[in-house]
Design a protein around this ligand. Sequence first.
Ligand code: ZN
Length: 502
Amino acid sequence: MKNNLHSRKTMKLTFSFAKNLIFFFLLCAQVFSQSRSAESVIQKESLINTVSILASQDFDGRLPGSEGYNNAAKFAAEKFKELNLLPLGDSLFYQFLYVEYNRIDTPAVFSAIIDSVTIEYELGKDFVIRGFSGANRFSLPVVFCGYGISRPDLGYDDYKDVNVKDKIVMVFKQNPIWKIDNKEWGNAYPREKSLIAKSKGAKGILFVSLPNDSKPQPLIGSVMHGEGEHPVDFPQLHISIKAADDLLSMAALTISECQTKIDETKKPHSFLINTKANVIVNAHYEKNARTMNVVALLEGSDPVMKNEYIVIGAHLDHVGSQAGLIFPGANDNASGSAGVLEIAKAFALDKVKPKRSIIFVLFSAEEQGLFGSKHFVENMKIPKEKIVAMLNLDCIGYGDSIQVGNGKSSPKLWQIAKEIDSKHFNLMINDTWSGGGADATAFHEKGIPSLYFVSKYSYDHLHLPTDTVETLNPDLFEKIVRLAFLTAKQIADGKYEREIVR
Ligand SMILES: [Zn+2]
C-alpha cells in the first residue's frame, strides 16, 4: 500500500515534470518561430514546384488568348485567394485586356526540293514558325532577297531587280549594322518585313539569322511581330543557317557569303534560286482575344500609410507552343511569377503586417510588346503618385549571380537592395541600367521608381524549348526572391520615401 502510494506519487511527479517539459518545448518552439525570419517562408522547393506547374504541358507555353494561359491565370488567382488577398481586377482577380492571338496547329512542314531531291526539316531544330505567321500550304521557288528592305528613299532596295511574284523569299531576320547617310533602317520586325515581301507579290517568307554574327541568333519562339495588319495567308518561318545553305547550294553560295557580299558593297544582291521550298503552316488568328492580368491586394496596417502602395509584378505569359512543340518558359518567366506568388505568401503569413499596401500583379502579353503592364498602368484605380515603388521580377532562376536593374533611374531604391544583399547574400553585381526595362518600363515612364530583378547570365535558353525547370539554379532562385521580398519589406515599412525618377 505504502509502496503503491509512493509509486503513485512518483508517477504524479513524473507526469508533472513531463508536462512542464512539454510546456517548455512549446515555449521554445514559439520563441523560435517568432525569431524565425519572415523571408524564411520563401523556400526553393516551393519556388521550383510552382515553376514546374507553370512550365508544364498543361499550360502549353502560356500564350495570351490560349486556354493554357487562362489556366495559368486561374492557378495564380487561386493562390492569391488561398492567401486571403483582396481581388483587385475588373472581375475578382482578373483585369482583362485584348490582344492578337495566333494558334499554331499541326501540320508544320518545311522541306527543300533541291535538284528533285527533297530534304525534310525538323520543327524546333531546323526551323520554327513565327508566332504571328499566316497559314498556307505551297511548294514554290525561293528568291534570296538580302535584308528584305525596300527603301528607295535611301537608294537601297533588295527587291529592285528581282521578281518575287508567287515565290517565297528568304531574307535576313535582322537589319544591316551599317547605314546609308547615317539614317536608321527602322525596326526589323517580322511582320513589317513580311508585309513588304507580300506587297511585292511574294507568298511567304523565310527568315535567317545573320550568319556572320559572332553568335547568330538561335531559332527562338517569338510573338514579337511589329506593326501592321496581320497577313493571314502569308507563312513566316525562321530557318537555320544550315537550311539556308541547303537552299543556296544550287547557286554555289553560302548564306554567309551572301551576307559578306552585301555588307562589303552596301548594295543589294538578290537572285532567284533554282530550288523550291515546300511549306505548310496551319494557324488560326484572332484579332481581339481576351486575356488578363492577375491582380491582388494586401492592405497595409498603418491607417495613413496604407494609402500608399508598392507594386510587385512579373509577367506570367510566354510564347506558347507550335504544332505540339512547347516553349515552357521556366526561367522566362515562370520563375518571376513563382517569385511573386512566394513573396505574396511571405507577406500574407508574416505576423508583422506591412504598413504600406502591396499590390501583387502577374502581367499578360509581355512577350508581344509589354501590353499587360501598359494596360495595368493606364487603368490604375489608384493615383500614380500613391505608388511608392514597383519591383519587377523577370528571369530570376537561371545563372550564378543577381542583377538589379534600373538603379541609374531609381538609385535610392537600388541602394536598399544593395545593402540587403551585402548583409545576407553577397550575390548582387554593381552593374545596373536606367529606363525601367520590360514590364518596369510603363511604371518608370509614369515617374514611379522601380527595380528590375534578374539573374545574371539568365538568357542561355531564352525562348527555346530547352528553357525547362531542370536548368534552374534553386539556391540562386531562392536568394533573389528573398532579396526582392526584403527590399519590398523595407519599402512597405516606410523606410523609403519616393524619389524623383532620373
Ligand atoms: Zn521572354
